[in-house]
Write a new protein. Structure first.
Length: 37
């Protein structure tokens, strides 16, 4: 989990502020899928 979150955070550094919201939304779906599984 931590490694995945760290990699996602590193990816955020290269994104624009406008893309942060959509990225957080996708990461949220990813976390929910992991919890459900």
């Amino acid at each position: 989990m931590l490694m995945v979150l760290l990699s996602l955070i590193e990816g955020l550094m290269g994104l624009r502020e406008e893309q942060l919201l959509s990225f957080y939304f996708l990461s949220g779906i990813w976390e929910y899928s992991i919890i459900l599984n």
